[in-house]
Design a binder for this molecule. Sequence first.
Ligand SMILES: [Zn+2]
Length: 372
Amino acid sequence: MLTPEDLQRYSRQIILPQVGQAGQERLKAARVLIVGVGGLGAPLALYLAAAGIGELILVDPDHVSLNNLHRQILYAIEDLRQPKVEIAARELSKRAPTKITTHTQALTEENAADLIQSADIVCDGTDNFTARYLVNDFAIKHGKPNVHAAIFQFQGQISVFGANQGPCYRCLFPNRPKNAPSCAEAGVFGVLPGVMALFQATEVIKLILNLGDPLIGRLLLYDALAAKTSEIKFRRNPNCPSCGPNRNESFLSKAYSDLQSCEMNPTVPELTPLELKQELESPNPPIVVDVREAHEREISTLPNTIHIPRGEIADRIQELDPNANLVIQCRSGGRSAQVAAYLLGQGFKQVRNLATGINGWAKTVDPTVPTY
Ligand SMILES: [Zn+2]
């Protein structure tokens, strides 16, 4: 039941016909688990509490450090070396009547089932694959939607996994990466996790209120430097070790061995433009797939490419042979890396990314190709 104070506090939200008193009551009854109260989790918790979520369950073993403060806006200089979840609980309680439950241990195989079962919706605000797979697999097992976001340098991604029979993180990325840079090596553009966290908060509230089109089966990509979003559609993988009919617990738990990385997704093998040139002149050249938009191909193209724009790759995946030797190419190597990771996740055997893209080709192989 909403109190008279609630009715005033949330009045601007309640007058939205899509929310109303009934919707606000649903938000108040909701319990949301946030795994990781860092760059993503801190702004996410702030907005979910402000919007009237009844209970937030915060899980994070870390302490506040000085280099967190440029993005983890719940924390201040006097909070250094304090447990993040405790400071978060204190700061959130100043602002909203949300019940805050804190856990200062990391999410592990031992505690994941209890924590995830205690919530209606799970939010993945973690920064490493171990935790991402753990969140995904236990959310799937216990039938909880997993609102996932991840960032890498200037790029972010967001999706909703395991809701309404939709696909999961492992449908996209079944295997953990072999090598990936650490957070400290990769760097973080401070405002980016805030942007992605608010996408997450929006999806959480939409799920609770059953509003609009949730990001199920869609990976929304945000490129902060280009100020552009794009989308990869994906489906459930019938052989998915997590959400498929033959869930494979021993395969799943292999990914939980400690592996820290800041990258959003498993990394893909690469080759340089010069290496591609040599391979194209060999007896068994690879097939080059250009994932740029049609208007970009009017500026420059490599010879004999297959053209499938990134946004169409899931719908047109049957045009590609999963056993073929594929090189994915775009302007400078960013979009193509995402498509290559996606194809590897879908079971393609030999997929590599053309590092530096066609602009790199123009610089190092063929200066007659225009750059843009
Ligand atoms: Zn799956």
